[in-house]
Design a protein around this ligand. Structure first.
Ligand SMILES: Nc1ncnc2c1ncn2[C@@H]1O[C@H](COP(=O)(O)OP(=O)(O)OP(=O)(O)O)[C@@H](O)[C@H]1O
Ligand SMILES: [Mg+2]
Length: 259
């Protein structure tokens, strides 16, 4: 079971889009995929057809409820959805940090440090051999959700826009990555994925060039209207025709990442 987190502390860079396309791509290949939505905006949950009033993710993390209380089958009118289960989010998850502080003594007694909670839960799932992949969508901030995910993951995918602010913001995320790698998770790797790129804009081409000098970047995903339609129609790129430019972008990306 491989655990992949999609993360960037900057908002609106295409994290949820990427988590959705990756989940569906893997499911379409026949893999069993668990999607985990750790963003209280719950966009991945609704795109995978599951909405809950109040998520029990905090209770699940601290071990008060079992997996069966937080997991749901994805819903959509394509075969591939049968291979996807989701742990959905809800507004309530925005209180996660507070809830974890409240139960801190309990956490320390049972599980050690709170940043390890998700890893412990995922190890239990791994031992049951239920899934081939776990794909985690995270909120646009460097909070508990993101830290827990970095500790629990094998790889982080970092969608990045070719704009000054996005690239500056990367440094903060990379510092956090280094700390987690040095302390909790030495095997963690990252991939920087240029996202929502408009190759006709000279400034974007220049920034991408600079980005690829500082980091090893993957093939880019272009800014395309069909991507937005994919979300609103809840029809993943992998099911589009082979002439679809968006599908081609993603196929190239996943291949470069050995998926
Ligand atoms: N390649 C793309 N081409 C066109 N539109 C895109 C592309 N990727 C994402 N979008 C659109 O851009 C918006 C932001 O994308 P998305 O929600 O995936 O970002 P996010 O990083 O998850 O945002 P947040 O930080 O709020 O969680 C959405 O409306 C999405 O449909
Ligand atoms: Mg999102």
């Amino acid at each position: 079971m491989e655990v992949i987190t999609v993360a960037n502390n900057k908002g609106g860079v295409g994290k949820t889009m990427q988590a959705y396309q990756l989940t569906c791509y893997l499911a379409n290949k026949g893999h069993k995929v668990l999607a985990i939505d750790l963003d209280s905006q719950a966009n991945l949950s609704s795109t995978l057809g599951v909405q809950v009033q109040r998520t029990l993710i905090p209770e699940w993390l601290i071990g008060d409820v079992g997996l069966d209380q937080v997991i749901f089958p994805a819903e959509g009118n394509a075969e591939l959805y049968k291979n996807i289960q989701i742990i959905p989010s809800s507004r309530h998850l925005s209180n996660l940090s507070k809830l974890l502080i409240l139960s801190e003594t309990e956490i320390r007694k049972d599980a050690g440090r709170k940043e390890r909670l998700l890893r412990i839960r995922l190890e239990e799932i791994k031992n049951k051999n239920l899934f081939d992949y776990v794909v985690i969508d995270t909120p646009p901030m460097l909070g508990d959700e993101l830290i827990m995910s970095l500790v629990a993951s094998d790889r982080i995918f970092i969608p990045t826009q070719a704009q000054d602010y996005s690239i500056d913001g990367l440094e903060e995320l990379m510092d956090t990555f280094e700390i987690i790698k040095d302390t909790e998770n030495p095997n963690l790797t990252f991939s920087i994925i240029p996202s929502m790129v408009n190759p006709r804009r000279k400034i974007e081409r220049q920034r991408l060039e600079e980005l690829s000098q500082s980091f090893n970047t993957t093939p880019a995903i272009r800014n395309l209207v069909q991507m937005q339609e994919s979300i609103s129609l809840r029809r993943p790129m992998v099911l589009m025709g082979k002439n679809s430019t968006g599908k081609q972008d993603y196929e190239q990306l996943w291949k470069s990442l050995n998926l």
